[in-house]
Structure formats: C-alpha cells, structure tokens
Design a protein around this ligand. Sequence first.
Ligand code: GRF
Length: 196
Amino acid sequence: MLYNVGMKNIVILISGRGSNMQAVVNAAHVQKWPARIAAVISNRADADGLVFAQQHGIPTVVVASSDYATRVAFDAALQSAIEPFSPDLVVLAGFMRILTPQFVQHYDGRLLNIHPSLLPRFKGLHTHRQALQANVTEHGATVHLVTAELDHGPILGQATVPVLPDDTEDTLAQRVLEQEHILYPGVIRQILEGKR
Ligand code: GRF
C-alpha cells in the first residue's frame, strides 16, 4: 500500500455491532477524508463489526478483555495494539469498557467517544430507558473528548431527536442511532479539517 504522509490515522475501537464504525468508514471513503481508518480493534472476538472491517480491507485486531485480570493490564495491552498504527485519533464506537486514567492520559486530546444521550443527562448505561423514565421530550447523542471521568469530557457535538408519546426503548434507540451515524462522522471530519 502507498502511504500518503499527509494522511491522518484513525483507529476505531468497537465491542459489538459497529454501526458507528461503519458510518465513519463509509464517510471517510465517500467524502475522501485526508485520513485512513488504520485499524479496527475489538475487545471481543465475536464483535460483528470485525467482519465489516475485514471486508473493507481494514486491519483488525482483537484484544480480548477476558484474557486480562485487571483493567490496567488490559489497557496496557490495548495501548500496545493501538500504537503500531500511529493514531492521530482513537475513536470509541460502542466500545463497552471503562478505560483507566493512564490510558486516557496517553491519548489525551485525541480520544473520542459517542454516547447515546444529550450529555450531561443520562450518563452510563440504558440511556434510552433513562430518558423515557425521565419523561423528557428531547433526547439524542453526544460526541465528546474522553477524560478520566466516565461520560464527561468536553462536548464536541450533539444531535437531538424528539421523544414520541408511544416510544419504546427500541424505537427511541433507533431514532437516536440514525443521528449518531450522521453526527460522529461529521465531528471527526471537522477535527480533521482543523475546525475543532
Ligand atoms: C451506540 O448507541 C453508541 O452511542 C453507544 O453504543 C452504541 C454502539 O452501537 N456507545 P454500534 O456498535 O456503533 O452499532
């Protein structure tokens, strides 16, 4: 492969379906970003998203969290897997792990996450359930820089959807996910263009 030195390297971390990863891969290709998706790395060997990445010729790596006794050991192995790809950005896309402060510090300023709520509301898991229980009329997704505290960190972009009277967790999740697939590539592109 011919490597263009002007290209930025993006490493995407997934744990499962990987639909946000797919949205980023597709946008990078269609919009001809000055970046390559250097690798997709999963903490689970059975993550469905790995198949998509392989089919698109993207290097994949599995660092199985089940193989490591401690968070520190896992994150050290994860960092060792990421480093050979010289990442300019590390993009968490449904990566279901809490990261250690050491790891977060190492990637300070280049580690992004998408969270399915309008932060600072509804941190943690089951965000769509939390939104329905809180009776909010608006919900959405947030892209933020990752800091040591879970689901904190400077917000880089948000997308809002209405909550409809007959929504279930599934219908709401689907409506939010459609927006995630627009929001995440959009924010990453702005970063690559130096607009953030
Ligand atoms: C998305 O809703 C994302 O916001 C959250 O986990 C989900 C991952 O979905 N962090 P996918 O793996 O990108 O399809």
